[in-house]
Design a protein around this ligand. Structure first.
Ligand SMILES: O=C(O)CCC(=O)C(=O)O
Length: 193
């Protein structure tokens, strides 16, 4: 299936593709990764206090990374994480060298407003986000006019590319929900430059 392209501003675009990974593969990967990745509960520093992020995460690839006071040494690629990276690269024509993997254990796990705009990601970070498991709403809001919003439901097996100025002009979040009781794993492949 071809991606749906949404130009959220003249220089920022979202490419969304459902069914990038089949339901069978997705189910197997969720089971494998829930048990075999090196999950940690990270904390971020907010107003001088350490706060636990309500999700588990881990970082794999070629380079170390950090955001909001967290620091991840790069763990070596597992065969499946590398295979998925190569599939995304082949289909999108983009290159990636690292991945942040997030595990939302149920609808209570979530992620607040932020941009993936650390300087190590370059001026126009390209992010490839793969979602497996329970569908969740992903909301973007414009930094200059926060009433301007886009919502994408990230379905099981979908791929979302965030391109151009998406990170410099927009923030994104994954709100908490009572509708989701099941697990979801999200992978954001990134290029550390
Ligand atoms: O789980 C998601 O879909 C979003 C993850 C995210 O925004 C991030 O890790 O930067």
């Amino acid at each position: 299936m071809k991606p749906t392209v949404t130009q959220i501003s003249p220089t920022a675009a979202l490419h969304y593709q459902s069914g990038f990974i089949s339901s069978d593969d997705s189910e197997q990967l969720v089971k494998l990764w829930e048990h075999n990745l090196d999950w940690v509960q990270s904390t971020i520093t907010m107003f001088g206090k350490k706060v636990a992020i309500p999700r588990l995460n881990c970082w794999y690839g070629d380079r170390a990374y950090g955001y909001s006071g967290t620091h991840f040494e790069a763990k070596p690629w597992t065969p499946e994480l590398l295979q998925l990276k190569e599939l995304i690269e082949y289909r999108s024509g983009l290159l990636f060298n690292s991945v942040l993997v997030n595990w939302y254990r149920d609808g209570q796990d979530c992620m607040g407003w932020h941009s993936d705009d650390e300087s190590c990601l370059g001026a126009q970070p390209q992010i490839a986000s793969v979602s497996l498991g329970d569908p969740r709403k992903f909301v973007l809001r414009n930094k200059k006019d926060t009433s301007l919003k886009h919502t994408v439901t990230l379905e099981n097996g979908s791929l979302l590319l965030m391109l151009g100025d998406t990170q410099s002009q927009w923030q994104h979040s994954l709100p908490r929900t009572v509708k989701s009781q099941r697990s979801r794993i999200n992978l954001t492949y990134r290029l550390i430059v």
